[in-house]
Ligand binder design. Sequence first.
Ligand code: FAD
Length: 106
Amino acid sequence: PPDSEALGRSTWTFLHTMAAYYPNQPTVPQQQGMQIFLRQFAQVYPCGHCASHLRSEMKTDPPRVNSRADLSQWMCETHNKVNDLLGKKIFDCSKVDERWRDGPKD
Ligand code: FAD
C-alpha cells in the first residue's frame, strides 16, 4: 500500500478541515450528502485494514452530521480511537477549532 503515515496525515488534514468548515446548520440534503460521503470514504480509503476498522467504528458510533460542532467532535473522537490504537497521544477535542479552523490565539 502507499506510505500510510503520509497518507494518514494528509487525509486527517482534509477530514478535520472539511468538518471545521461544514455548515453550522446544514440542510437535510447537506447532512445526507455528508453521510454518503463518509460511508463511501470508508469504502475507498486506500489502506484496507484502516478502512475496515473505520467501518466498524462507524457502526458503533455513526457520524454526527447535525452541525459543524457535532461533526468536528465526532471526527476528533474517531481520530482519537486510531491514536489510542496506535499508542499516539490523545488530542484534546476542545481544541479542534483552534487547530483546524481559527489557528492559535496569540
Ligand atoms: P496524525 O494522526 O496523522 O495526525 C495529524 C495531526 O492531526 C496531528 O499532528 C495533530 O495536530 C492532529 N490531531 C491528532 N489527533 C487529532 C484528533 N483526535 N482530532 C483532531 N486533530 C488531531 N494507521 C494505522 O497504522 N492503522 C490504522 O488502523 C489507521 N487507521 C486510519 C484511519 C483513518 C481514517 C486515517 C485517516 C488514518 C489512519 N491511520 C492508521 C493513519 C494514522 O492515523 C496516522 O495518520 C499516521 O500514523 C501518521 O500519524 P501522525 O503522528 O503524523 O499524526
